[in-house]
Design a protein around this ligand. Sequence first.
Ligand code: NAD
Length: 385
Amino acid sequence: MGKYDTYVEQCTAHFKALLEEQLEREDRMEADDEKKDFANLDHIVIGFCGGDGIGPVITAESRRLVEFLLKDDIASGKVELKDIDGLTIENRLAVGKAIPDDVLAELKTCDVIMKGPTTTPTGGTMESANVAMRRELDLYANVRPTKVPSEDIDWIFFRENTEGEYVLGSKGVEVPDKLAFDFKVTTKAGTERICRAAFEYAKNNGKDYVAIVTKANIMKKTDGNFTKIAHEVAKDYPDIKAEDWFIDIMTANLVNPARRSQFQVFVMPNLYGDIITDEAAQIQGGVGTAGSGNLGDKYCMFEAIHGSAPRMIEEGRGKYANPCSMFKASEMMLRHIGYIEKADKLAKALEICNDTERKYVITGRDGGATCEEFGNYVMETVSSL
Ligand code: NAD
């Protein structure tokens, strides 16, 4: 018997189970063609889920803003706002689940969810609540816009959100003191739907260029298939140019003023999207300035792109947290559920408050505006438009 036989047998059995599970997942995706028309629902439930650290502070502020913007439709009963408690690190650790069952059941009573950042413990096996929510609600498209008008930058990123490097991120194998394996999975149905979302967006928003970003020269199976499927989808959009890029040079191009304004829409697997969208947010002015949409066919979730900033709470600075990324997320949510005019007004107000007028400035510390003061400022500005 070889000295690693036990590990080889254990890992082979583990891989067999994963392969079967992933094939079943692909089958389910292929069979499922139910799609909710979020912009035309007679009744829409918006859930607010605070999360950890500064999450509850900035989520409460975005709830106040949405309540203010949609007051008429809330009064008429068309829109219902719902508070969802319990997605805290304490509860998650207590029940040993990334999303406690009762919280998941509540989330599933909503159409769209506004979610504050959640803390993910480093090490251990506790999955990130975000990764779990994206999987449980099948939120397959992570959409992040980036705009810097003075630099002629108007990008939108479509990051695959449910598979790639993340779907089995907590299910790798390890031979202690020898080696570790993680798995990356790209399915046909999963790639097709994210690519279609990107090309549909391009078509519906007057864009004529989609950059397909992978590392297909190295990751030949997963990224190779992603690229191939993206080009198959692209055939249905003959007026849109589809071009392959590798993630390394694309990362450089985003900081190259001579090239970057040529890009419009990007589509890419999960990990590359995770990294490059933070780079893009930084180019826009920092992670505090960006919101993100996690779109699926049955549910959607909108969130800040930064984390829970636990130190701000430890140092008693929670009330100075910047709500702007949740406000941007609110703008994306309003647009997605059909309130285009209100979303445009909010976008304009955020530009005035953050860039041109700056009557209240958030610094994250005593001396700067509080989250609530800034929220009032944005609402007053919206009213003046
Ligand atoms: P972080 O984004 O929480 O903090 C980075 C820095 O930015 C800190 O200095 C923080 O004080 C500041 N900051 C962030 N948001 C701010 C705001 N709204 N106003 C003012 N200052 C703000 O990143 P981190 O420290 O790497 O992560 C902390 C925790 O958040 C980790 O557990 C991580 O896993 C989690 N996280 C969650 C999400 C999510 O839920 N979407 C995203 C990223 C990180």
